[in-house]
Ligand binder design. Sequence first.
Ligand code: NAD
Ligand code: 0WE
Length: 258
Amino acid sequence: MIDMKGKVAVIFGVANKRSIAYAIAEKLAAAGATLVLSYQSDRLKKESEELLASLGQSDTGLAVQCDVSVDAEIDAAFAQIQGKFPVVHTVVHSVAFAPADAIKNDVLLTKREDFRIAHDISVYSLIAVSRGAAPLMSEGGSILTLTYYGSDKVFPNYNVMGVAKAALEATVRYLAASLGPKNIRVNAVSAGPIKTLAARGIGDFSTILDAVTERAPLHRNVEQSEVGNTALFLASDLASGITGEITFVDCGFNVTGI
Ligand code: NAD
Ligand code: 0WE
């Protein structure tokens, strides 16, 4: 059993119980970690506090508001976190957004502003959050983000998000080099397709899921809990020699040719 007792994990991107970040939070909590859940807007405050309670952390943990596209909110969130927890060990970044049109439309038609938003929220935020967290990660630790194979191969309807995920994965490598001297590891989990809020409204999502069932070595789709288990491993000391890495949790889909 992985023991995360005495460790504090800050998790960005829990929208609801289907969120990949929620499954990661469940695994970290079960291993004994204390959780800080960060939610995007006031609208999600009550839900976030309920989710914290459902993880058995309403007394021990904390819910903080943070829109990752606003520097002042990132500063305020980490100031609030530092007030309760002077040392943080794990940060989970499970956030992505592109304007609906941009993700749907042919990449050739991507508007400058939509490209900017996709990269600001889905890529730059990892840098901003890592910079905010680093002073609190004084004992070293682990930063994790979530990516998708659309960074490397073309998937219809992924478009500008594929470009952003490629940049995110490069960011993981550069941040790993930057934070390595502080013994802070930076890694990404590349999850297979999962029906979450972020997958809703994606055209032909069931075609994507069916292709995995047909072609992936395990002939099934991955579950949130499996991504959670790998995230727990990467957050823990068992992964002390792993940094700058992209770990696939996709039932093997990425190794297949045709
Ligand atoms: P989700 O909708 O549950 O999570 C996305 C989160 O991003 C939400 O909590 C949302 O509040 C947050 N967010 C968006 N804009 C934000 C902002 N400005 N500030 C703060 N938070 C913001 O969906 P998910 O599928 O759990 O997605 C989480 C991560 O996993 C994303 O990076 C996604 O690209 C990645 N991923 C998802 C899949 C999949 O098939 N679902 C596969 C691989 C990777
Ligand atoms: O990263 C993602 C999707 C992230 C996402 C989703 C939305 C929908 C609503 C970002 N921005 C928005 N904007 C919205 O307005 N995934 C990995 C999930 C996903 O999306 C796909 C996939 C998979 C998997 C699109 C095409 C093919 C596969």
